[in-house]
Design a binder for this molecule. Structure first.
Ligand SMILES: Nc1ncnc2c1ncn2[C@@H]1O[C@H](COP(=O)(O)OP(=O)(O)OP(=O)(O)O)[C@@H](O)[C@H]1O
Ligand SMILES: [Mg+2]
Length: 498
């Protein structure tokens, strides 16, 4: 006897259909799985056998062959447990009244027959929706799966699923109440005292989606500020929520929930390039993809290895990363805002009012050259965060995350309207051609920029960065033309190389 059921496997952040075919024939008792299955799938045999026996479903000693079709694509995941078990139950005589063609099954089985959640359920659910299939999942997966608006049936165990398929158990479609609107962060900008200049730079950076570097002695609030950046980014759109949740889903990190908060990822400076960009044996997404639509914070940035920083080049330019595996490449989204933090020198106290710097001139120069070289290309704003006085710590704070976010939203709206016929959304994406088109300066601003280029020895790179940042500053002021004050402020966020 032959039974065929539908399931799906995940590749990158998308799911593709799989037909699970089970054939039972006479001959020496055997149970084989074919069709380029990975080890997790091969282990499925033991789980399925126990789950069936513990659900009081006969498991006759026949020759069972399971084929996962298409057979030429490598598949992974434990979601085939459920369709394999159902198909075996059917070939062993369990009756079904529902039309199996209308269902997609994806759940792991525990030995006692319980349905367990699997990673990648959101892409699988999107696939089910696209092909108009009812998705059958473990209860813990239902909420996340419902984000795709597919028809979902969620169950506790295998007996219930079989009962539902033969009409003895009545099951309702799973209905989730996903709330997108209000997101509460545990931290807020109002907790930051003083540091007005850094807060202003953060506002500009988020408004134009510019990468930013915070420089200052220990304990001045660099990490504190970075952690609060997601709280002033505009709320995630539904599309962004789905994209980000898909990444967490395939990484096995969504834990059945939906990602509505902007991610904040802070890998340690000893992190390897694989953990940062993704890959390895299972080609899972790395930190930069987990930061998609949010923030990647590289604290103590000069300490990161050069090769690690080098691999950031592609995602910073394109917003995605190609992760190589043995025979193929997986593509993961990785569009994040980069925030770097560094001390001004190796001991941390160069320019400090509180403590004397113990570094030699040469040490400082070497340390700074680490920041400048590979990073200059990628960072639009540099801001110093000095030590703050006691009175400031005591003072009331001026900025709340909510107020700052409103300004960001307005500045983003201004950019969106301007770029309505372009492919870009924010000023950080301006190309030289678009800079020419959209960064118009008034006479005085032009004079200032010319002068600054001469005196500060701006490179062509600095010149474009100043214009991009000035464009965002003008957007915050709702000005179509870049004025002198805008250009002056933008120049003040350039890194002065020693
Ligand atoms: N501007 C500030 N307003 C309020 N609290 C602050 C401020 N700066 C620092 N703090 C307090 O000091 C603690 C340490 O700050 P934070 O970790 O952000 O410093 P840092 O600049 O990242 O230092 P390091 O260079 O050592 O990493 C914060 O958790 C906070 O309690
Ligand atoms: Mg810190």
């Amino acid at each position: 006897m032959f039974v065929k059921l539908k399931s799906a496997f995940v590749f990158g952040i998308n799911a593709y259909g799989v037909e699970v075919e089970v054939d039972s024939s006479k001959g020496l008792p055997a149970f084989v799985i074919v069709g380029l299955a990975d080890n997790a799938i091969k282990e499925s045999k033991e789980r399925v056998r126990s789950a069936l026996l513990n659900s009081s479903i006969p498991f006759k000693a026949t020759r069972l062959t399971v084929n996962l079709s298409p057979a030429d694509v490598k598949k992974e995941g434990s979601q085939f447990d459920l369709p394999i078990a159902i198909a075996i139950a059917i070939v062993n005589g369990v009756e079904i009244s529902k039309n199996l063609e209308e269902f997609l099954f994806a759940a792991e089985l525990s030995l006692d027959g319980k349905l367990r959640p699997v990673s990648g359920i959101l892409p699988i659910s999107i696939h089910a929706k696209k092909h108009n299939l009812n998705l059958v999942v473990a209860k813990e997966n239902a909420y996340e799966a419902s984000l795709a608006k597919a028809s979902i049936y969620a169950f506790d165990n295998l007996s219930q699923v079989l009962g539902f398929l033969n009409g003895y158990v009545d099951a309702k479609l799973y209905e989730a109440n996903i709330v997108f609107e209000k997101v509460d962060y545990e931290v807020d900008f109002s907790e930051i005292k003083g540091q007005h200049r850094a807060i202003r730079a953060a506002l500009i950076a988020v408004s134009g989606f510019h990468n930013i570097m915070l420089i200052g002695p220990p304990g001045t609030g660099k990490s504190m500020l970075a952690q609060r950046i997601p709280t002033i980014m505009p709320p995630m759109s539904e599309e962004e929520i789905i994209e980000t949740t898909k990444i967490y889903s395939v990484a096995g990190l969504s834990k059945g929930s939906v990602i509505t908060k902007r991610p904040f990822r802070a890998p340690h400076h000893t992190a390897s390039d694989i953990s940062l960009i993704g890959g390895g044996a299972d080609a899972k997404p790395g930190e930069i993809s987990l930061a998609h639509n949010g923030v990647l914070f590289l604290d103590e940035l000069p300490e990161f290895k050069r090769n690690v920083i080098e691999v950031l080049r592609q995602p910073l330019e394109n917003g995605y990363i190609n992760v190589s595996r043995a025979k193929f490449t997986v593509n993961y989204p990785a569009n994040f805002m980069l925030i770097g933090a560094a001390n001004p020198c190796p001991c941390g106290y160069y320019g400090s009012k509180v403590k004397k710097c113990t570094c030699s001139f040469d040490q400082i120069r070497r340390y700074r050259s680490k920041i400048s070289g590979p990073f200059l290309d990628r960072i639009d704003l540099y801001v110093e965060m000095p030590e703050i006085d006691y009175d400031i710590i005591q003072a009331e704070s001026t900025y709340t995350s909510y107020d700052l976010m409103q300004k960001v939203i307005e500045a983003r709206e201004f950019q969106k309207n301007r770029f309505f016929e372009e492919k870009i959304k924010t000023n950080s994406q301006l190309t030289p051609r678009l800079i020419k088109k959209y960064c118009k300066l008034d006479f005085q601003a032009e004079q200032t920029l010319k002068q600054a280029m001469k005196v500060l020895h701006f490179s062509a790179r600095s010149y474009t960065k100043v214009l991009k940042v000035a464009r965002t500053i003008a957007d915050l002021a709702k000005s179509d033309i870049i004025l002198d004050s805008h250009i002056k402020e933008a120049i003040s966020y350039r890194y002065v190389e020693n």
